[in-house]
Design a protein around this ligand. Sequence first.
Ligand SMILES: [Zn+2]
Length: 319
Amino acid sequence: MWKKTFAVGIAAVTALLSVSSCNSIVGNTAAQSTVDSLGNPIDNEEALVKKDTVRLMDLLDSLNKGKIQFPAMDSINKVDPKVAKRNMRDSIYRELNKKDKHIYLTFDDGPLIGSSAIDSITTAKNIKISAFLVGKHVNMSKRLKRDFDRYMNNPLVDCYNHSYTHAGNRFHAFYSNPDMATADFEKAEKDLGLKHKIIRMPGRNIWLFDDVRRIDLTSGQQTADMLGVNGYRIYGWDVEWKINGLSGKPVQSVDEMYRRIRNMLGNKSTLKPNNIVLLMHDDMFQNKKGQQLLSSLIDSLKQHKDYKFDFIADYPVKY
Ligand SMILES: [Zn+2]
């Protein structure tokens, strides 16, 4: 049944695209006033309409099993395409708003001082979190080996690959040799006994999975593609929270982070609608002040009955 609904949805969006494109030809004279030095139009109306439609298709894709009321094909041709598109977007938003929202709390660079506190908070709050681990940290001390074991044995913590050496924090040099970089991730996977082929690249906000390929800095591109070919999925983040680990002073307050998460879910500005990936680092939570802030953010988010905490392995949840 959903297949039929989905097919109608695709047809309706495609119809909107063609109607809008026709319309934008009419409006092209005005749009052409914005041109670059070579005379090519910059982000003209047609490009914007296309961009908007691609976004609608993406939103629709996340609802591919849902039941959504689409306007009849006849009516699309009769009404103003802008109005039709707005109606379409509103119905997709309405459907998405009825569904659960999925929050991925991700912690990078562990095990570090801070990891054991995160492990305890997760257990106390009974929520799932995702840890992107650095292989070499496990062997730096007995304490960190113990904290790594705690993560691995906690069913509420899922562990993923953040490389073996963390690129020695020389990211450009590291990614200039994709073979060596790939070998570094493979070493972490083997040493730590990781069960997922899921990576977050140090120093880069890169997404590469299914049909998604988002590269923030080109120097990581070749390594990302090689990892992709080798069967890895790579995840970046939608929003980052920064706290000074030693002082426990946050760059963004709990309230600010809470509002950003709520707003991004509300206006569908995350990479995948109704799914939000939050980046934090283990060393942010080495002191009591930082730990209290983390607990407090989790409590704020838990007030929403439709907010669920999920593992990155389940990203993105569709309906
Ligand atoms: Zn890192």
